[in-house]
Design a binder for this molecule. Structure first.
Ligand SMILES: N=c1c2ncn([C@@H]3O[C@H](COP(=O)(O)OP(=O)(O)OP(=O)(O)O)[C@@H](O)[C@H]3O)c2ncn1[C@@H]1O[C@H](COP(=O)(O)O)[C@@H](O)[C@H]1O
Length: 112
């Protein structure tokens, strides 16, 4: 079966761990370290929020899709830096599937 784009990306992100920072954007992020990656995730999250507000005004979602792709991409780099991948997140979403957010919140102890 053909690999999904997320599977292909995870493979490339893992391969880039040994790559030269001058030859690859992902390798340059790994070389700068986790804090730089987190900075990019934060930046892309803000840009996504701003794009959603613009889309609400203009009715054009194209920038929102573009910025969300940047956010997902940098989140995947963050996961890869920590030795994780998209599958762990899909597993967590699958675990939650069908569990109402309101029920989950009510079931939490106060310390959670
Ligand atoms: N999907 C992406 C992807 N999305 C966004 N970006 C880069 O993420 C950066 C986004 O940063 P900004 O928008 O903030 O722009 P910037 O000002 O250039 O960034 P900074 O200098 O501030 O860090 C840009 O350089 C984009 O090119 C990506 N870079 C790589 N990929 C994928 O990762 C693979 C490996 O990339 P390399 O490691 O560069 O070969 C590629 O083949 C793609 O599949």
């Amino acid at each position: 079966m053909a690999q999904s784009i997320l599977e292909q990306l995870d493979q490339v992100l893992a391969e880039r761990k040994g790559a030269d920072a001058d030859s690859s954007y992902v390798a340059s992020l790994y070389h700068k370290g986790l804090n730089k990656i987190l900075e990019k995730v934060g930046e892309e999250a803000i840009e996504t929020v701003l794009a959603a507000k613009d889309a609400e005004q203009s009715g054009d979602n194209s920038k929102l899709i573009y910025e969300t792709a940047d956010l997902w991409f940098h989140s995947l780099v963050m996961l890869a830096e920590r030795g994780e991948n998209h599958q762990a997140v899909l597993n967590e979403l699958a675990r939650r599937f069908g569990l109402s957010g309101l029920e989950e919140k009510a079931s939490r102890t106060p310390s959670n």
